[in-house]
Ligand binder design. Sequence first.
Ligand code: ZN
Ligand code: ZN
Length: 230
Amino acid sequence: MAARKHIPNETKLRLFSEASGHCQRPQCLETLFPAELGGDKHIAEMAHVIPHGKDGPRHAERPDGEFEADTFENLILLCPTCHTIVDKDPGAHPRNTLLDWKANHISALARKIGIHAYEDRGQVRDAVVAAMEENKAVWRKFAPTEGSDFEYNPESEAAKTWTHRMRSVILPNHFRIQDIILANLHHATGEEREAFGQYQEHVRGLSERHVCGVNGRAIRYPEKMDGIFA
Ligand SMILES: [Zn+2]
Ligand SMILES: [Zn+2]
């Protein structure tokens, strides 16, 4: 999309450095500096999460009040193909999805290598169990218990630590677990597929809450996930 105003150079630099030179759509992650172009020309496009105007992709999700569309927070760096994909089907690519992609881009790049389709269930189990255990441990140590004071005080140190762990450890682990299971879904039983579907919805709710600040839509973690591929 053509920029109305000039997007400041600082904003562009920040976008490019955060994207580490790769398309930020996790299913793509293509290099934005293709070898065919000699390596120093890029194909990156700055896509607006929320558009400038009253129409355009995702305009219905524009927050109330003052909103500046050309900020770092509202831009995502994509290859031309992915820019078309997210703008042609905004229903499948809502604001929180695009913000998730940005928030988890580095971990997505890191795990691009290392996700395998395995020969047997035991190997899938081994691949997911460490991340599951880490999430449980972090959860036990930092999650708010019902009625604890930081439920009422989002400014407390405990609340800040929890939010930080959620974004830096728990959500990236969840995305990794999802990727491993998706690559190995052919090993899953019907019951496991169902648990996995609920689990994906649980994670969607978590990222809406902790990345977008949308409250109250997360469903509970399905207990059956604990035994998946066991
Ligand atoms: Zn656009
Ligand atoms: Zn792409």
